[in-house]
Design a protein around this ligand. Structure first.
Ligand code: NAG
Ligand code: NAG
Ligand code: NAG
Ligand code: NAG
Ligand code: NAG
Length: 292
């Protein structure tokens, strides 16, 4: 459920064997670019293996208020709808102006409904108990699901939730980065070509060496138009060389889309649809006819 400890994210993180000067250099860069929220920057709030968090301090609610009880309603509604096949659900709680809350969750596309529900149950519990107890606006990302709520409607699906990212400390040769580029292009195309109503999700593997395989995963929230999903994933892909150039594994995401790659399988391997037709007889009319 949590990110592997060997991935790097957050100021409190230390990497075994990595010289400390480069860690601090990286942290300076991270702070400058402001990719880490205020909440994560507070000491003690962010530890390795913890989920990614967006919890802006300027939007808080008063405890024991209508907003708080609406939030509880929202979270329990999300949890009880988390066993859906789609792995996605959005809802609202509260009617009166100023206390309405909009919320959604998205599970990683390969999860079973049972695992999805487990992740959402953890997220709804931990967000208010541990991570963002009085936040009106919050996003929390685990390995297997994302939970988001706000006092503002998500009708404009494009907003400025910052990109979160994390990467493995190990560098790989250029050839790996090239393979990553071509593979991710295919993975993105697959996600965009998913039938309407299906998850906007795809995975793809590629052989790097005889012994090493590259595993890639991309996903958009299903309500995004394919064109917006494409924009979102392309921007994240373009961001990878900025945050995580040449790294052996990385994840980058915001509340609309996510990209992750590793050299170990971190998702349930999918049946490759492009290989299945090879086993089926050719459709009549498409059979190449021998000339003469
Ligand atoms: C959401 O809450 C913030 C901070 O309390 C407030 O400034 C903003 O107007 C609220 N938005 C809506 C749509 O109620
Ligand atoms: C929320 O769900 C409704 C259908 O129940 C859908 O029409 C709408 O686009 C969704 N909105 C978001 C932001 O997911
Ligand atoms: C997510 O990031 C993409 C790429 O930067 C951006 O187009 C999109 O608006 C962002 N979405 C949210 C909800 O922040
Ligand atoms: C990936 O696709 C983009 C946009 O279609 C293209 O510009 C780029 O050259 C492709 N990259 C690779 C490595 O194929
Ligand atoms: C990787 O190589 C193995 C055999 O060496 C092959 O069976 C498999 O199809 C290849 N996988 C991909 C994704 O090309």
């Amino acid at each position: 459920m949590f990110y592997k400890l060997n991935l790097l994210h957050g100021p409190d993180h230390t990497i075994m064997g990595m010289p400390s000067f480069s860690v601090s250099m990286l942290l300076v860069v991270l702070s400058l670019l402001n990719f880490i929220s205020e909440a994560q920057r507070r000491p003690g709030q962010r530890r390795p293996g913890y989920p990614f968090l967006y919890c802006p301090e300027e939007t808080t609610f008063t405890p024991i208020s209508t907003y708080q009880s609406n939030l509880h309603d929202l979270l329990s509604s999300l949890t009880s709808n988390a066993n859906r096949e789609s792995g996605y659900y959005n809802t609202t709680a509260g009617q009166s102006p100023g206390t309405t809350i909009y919320g959604l969750f998205l599970c990683r596309g390969d999860l079973t409904p049972e695992k999805c529900q487990k992740c959402v149950a953890t997220a709804t519990k931990e967000i208010i108990e541990k991570y963002c107890p009085v936040g009106k606006v919050a996003v929390i990302w685990y390995n297997e699901c994302m939970l988001r709520y706000s006092n503002q409607s998500f009708l404009s699906t494009m907003d400025d939730t910052p990109i979160r990212y994390q990467h493995h400390p190990q560098d790989m040769p250029d050839r790996f980065t090239q393979l990553l580029g071509t593979t991710l292009n295919d993975t993105i195309s697959r996600a965009l070509n998913a039938p309407s109503g299906a998850k906007k999700f795809a995975t793809k593997e590629a052989n790097y060496t005889d012994l090493q395989t590259l595993y890639t995963l991309v996903q958009c929230i299903p309500v995004l138009l394919s064109s917006d999903c494409n924009i979102c994933l392309r921007r994240l892909k373009a961001f990878l060389p900025v945050c995580c150039n040449g790294k052996q594994g990385a994840v980058a995401m915001n509340s609309s889309c996510s990209i992750r790659y590793e050299i170990y399988p971190f998702y349930q391997l999918q049946v490759d649809p492009s290989r299945a037709p090879l086993l089926a007889p050719p459709a009549p009319g498409n059979v190449p006819r021998p000339k003469g």
